[in-house]
Design a protein around this ligand. Structure first.
Ligand SMILES: *Cc1c(COP(=O)(O)O)cnc(C)c1O
Length: 351
């Protein structure tokens, strides 16, 4: 396979002269900063937030680099994974000409950002066992196919995509393979992050929103070759990660053990939830999950969804989604929350 990033990137992005912010032109030590039109008098908060944050978030990336074993230069942080998806599509896909490939049922935001950017979307549905349909995928690829999004573990089905299948795509596709590992911490399968150096076309996305428990801070990570990261850095908003998020995440990164404890607990509770669900007669099937949620096929799923809602328990109704007919996606809660859900389901009277 011949991979050439220059063939993939849009011409206008290649030629783009990026905005040069005050903080990127001077980032050394000084005592008087009069270069960025900030408020030199302070802010109404006790802890001042009057200065613009580090545009490239080096402190966060350096700490993350030790945990992930990836050089800081091969990371891009986004305002949630959402921003990472948008940046990738805008950097590489020409509106009205290029397209991405997605494998439904999968995360909805890939398609939304393609639509926003007027970029085409080709859907190659997963097989009934929720694995990649490699034969159809192979024949769907055209010169204007710029990227293939693979979500593993997949949302909303919960399963991991076969490692070997992902390798086959990486080895045979000359565009970017964007692997969304939002739920990787809950998986029995290992991350592809250690294989970044083997694949110039591999882009990995992870997030602080799930295992790290920091969804409100909005911080997503992208790992790729430095070439790809440099292109994304060129087009990202200069100060896309705010100072409060950078400070709080730096603190969180010191508490890796707490995170690992929560992951263990979540996985344990996932198994309790699955055991409870399969005992309920109206539950037809609980799909094996490598994530912090399970997909369950339930008789009268929409009626059950509405019943739970009446009781103040909100799950995700995926009944209208391809290959997820009559299915509810249920996030693993605390032991008490899971018991309340199971008790409510057991009390449901089928028509
Ligand atoms: C939750 C989730 C994310 C995380 O998105 P953020 O914008 O980082 O909160 C990414 N991908 C998938 C598949 C998800 O389910």
């Amino acid at each position: 396979m011949s991979f050439d990033i220059n063939r993939l990137v849009r011409e206008n992005i290649k030629k783009l002269k990026p905005y040069s912010s005050a903080r990127s032109e001077f980032s050394g030590q000084a005592s008087i900063f009069l270069d960025a039109n900030e408020n030199s008098f302070g802010s109404p908060l006790t802890k001042w937030y009057n200065r613009y944050p580090d545009p490239l978030q080096w402190e966060v990336k350096k700490k993350l680099s030790k945990i992930k074993n990836v050089p800081a230069e091969q990371m891009l942080l986004g305002n949630g994974s959402d921003e990472c998806i948008d940046l990738l599509i805008r950097a590489f896909c020409n509106p009205k000409e290029d397209h991405i490939i997605i494998c439904p049922p999968t995360y909805g935001m890939y398609e939304v950002y393609a639509n926003i950017n007027d970029v085409g979307v080709k859907e190659i549905p997963l097989l009934p066992d929720y694995q990649l349909n490699l034969d159809v995928l192979e024949h769907a690829i055209e010169p204007s196919t710029k990227m293939i999004f693979i979500c593993s573990p997949n949302n909303p089905t919960g399963n991991s995509i076969e490692h070997e299948d992902i390798e086959i795509v990486l080895n045979n596709f000359e565009g970017l393979v964007v692997l969304d590992e939002a739920y990787i911490n809950y998986s029995r399968h290992r991350s592809f992050i250690s294989e970044l150096k083997d694949y110039p076309n591999l882009v990995i996305m992870q997030t602080f929103s799930k295992a790290w428990g920091l969804a409100a801070l909005r911080l997503g990570m992208t790992y790729a070759s430095q070439e790809i990261i440099d292109i994304l850095n060129k087009i990202k908003p200069p100060y896309n990660i705010n100072q409060a998020t950078q400070e709080l995440v730096l603190k969180a990164l010191d508490n890796l053990e707490d995170v690992n404890m929560m992951i263990k607990e979540t996985v344990k509770e996932r198994e309790v939830l699955v055991k409870g669900l399969v005992e309920i007669p109206m539950v037809q099937k609980v799909y094996p999950s490598d994530a912090n949620f399970v997909l369950a096929k339930i008789n009268e799923a929409t009626a059950v969804y509405n019943y739970l809602k009446e009781k103040g328990i909100i799950v995700r109704n995926r009944s209208n989604v391809l290959l997820c007919e009559d299915s509810l996606r249920i996030t693993v809660g605390t032991p008490d929350q899971n018991q309340q859900l199971l008790t409510a389901l057991k009390a449901y009277k089928e028509d």
